[in-house]
Write a protein that binds this ligand. Structure first.
Ligand code: AMP
Ligand code: MN
Ligand code: MN
Length: 335
């Protein structure tokens, strides 16, 4: 066990401690983060499968709906919403891929004393909010931590391998991002060796656009501004753009990558104004700005090269000014 930060009683727990606690479970609840990405869906469905296979009655839950295009992948369609679990009791709650408690949204109501029994994650910004805390930033995806748990508890079959590969493939941008290291490729190769396939994951994650979402993308591309001598680019999706195209916030998945693709840009930012009035800010960097730190300072979190935060401003412009100032400062600090 290693101490986390100074002046705190929190400790990082080993995977062995986590596995021992999982083996004590009878009824378990596995919770992923809101606005679920491939890693959240993969970690929830993978861990739920593992637990069910060792005789634990386990359910996966995410406060927001799992995107329809992931539901064809093993276990993803069985993940439920918190309302479907009202009145149900669990002796073991586990959060996966959530860097802080706020990231699980309304699913916090299902926790005893507002704390999960086990917290599993890979965000360097995580400070530990569970009774047992295992966070490994050297894993490119939380699904890799779940894979390590699987290796200790079950024989990984094709279905489980397929479910785990989703998180590894999506959190590494299909093996293109800077976090694609030897461990990623070995983990993925092992899963492919067990029968998992990349192609159905790529089809689900990358080829699901509706025509209205492509029209929204076109509108967003028209808003792109490039500042800081070409090193910072940002675009926006505002409420009227969503209304005009008949899209929702979920249709903006992957948009920030188009801004990030601009040659010479170090930091790409996408501002998404949801109908609720909240603004979600997606940040990406190419090689030297730690956007995870910037996002954490803004009340969000993430990784050095991909991070985000959600703010509730009076006006969208207010958030844009605020975030641009913070990112420009980080950029200048690196030059
Ligand atoms: P996104 O830009 O929404 O794809 O998010 C990129 C990464 O940033 C995610 O994988 C999370 O690790 C993190 N992230 C996004 N939004 C938030 C938030 N509101 N709070 C904390 N972390 C976030
Ligand atoms: Mn995630
Ligand atoms: Mn992740």
């Amino acid at each position: 066990m290693k101490a986390v930060g100074e002046g705190t009683l929190k400790v990082w727990n080993s995977l062995d401690e986590v596995v021992a606690r999982l083996q004590e479970a009878k009824k378990a609840l596995v919770i992923g983060h809101v606005m679920p990405d491939g890693d959240a869906v993969s970690s929830v469905s993978g861990l739920t499968m593992i637990l069910n296979r060792i005789g634990v009655h386990a359910v996966g839950c995410i406060a927001d709906e799992v995107p329809w295009y992931f539901c064809s992948l093993p276990g993803a369609g069985e993940i439920v919403r918190p309302v479907q679990l009202q009145g149900k009791a669990f002796d073991t709650t586990i959060t996966v891929d959530a860097s802080d408690l706020a990231r699980i949204g309304d699913a916090t109501d299902l926790l005893q004393e507002g704390m999960p029994d086990i917290m599993l994650d890979h965000h360097a910004t995580n400070v530990g909010f569970g009774r047992l805390n295992h966070c490994d930033p050297h894993c490119a995806a939380t699904a890799m931590i779940v894979q390590a748990i699987a290796e200790r508890l079950v024989t990984i079959d094709r279905e489980l391998a397929q479910s785990l590969l989703l998180g590894i493939a999506t959190d590494t941008g299909f093996f293109r991002h800077a976090n694609t290291d030897e461990k990623v490729l070995l983990s993925a190769a092992q899963l492919v060796g067990l029968g998992a396939r990349i192609q159905p994951i790529a089809t689900a994650a990358l080829e699901h656009r509706s025509l209205s979402s492509i029209k929204l993308l076109a509108a967003m591309l028209n808003t792109i501004q490039v500042v800081e001598e070409g090193r910072l680019a940002y675009g926006q999706v505002n409420a009227s753009m969503l209304e005009e195209t008949g899209c929702t916030e979920e249709d903006t998945v992957g948009f920030v990558a188009e801004i990030h693709a601009l040659h010479g840009v170090e930091v790409a930012i996408l501002f998404i104004e949801a109908s609720t009035g909240q603004v979600h800010v997606s940040l990406r960097s190419k090689s030297y700005v730690d956007v995870g730190r910037v996002a954490t300072a803004l009340g969000g979190g993430g990784h050095p090269r991909a991070a985000g935060c959600t703010l509730r401003p009076e006006h969208l412009e207010q958030v844009i000014d605020h975030v641009l100032t913070a990112v420009a400062k980080a950029l200048r600090g690196c030059s």
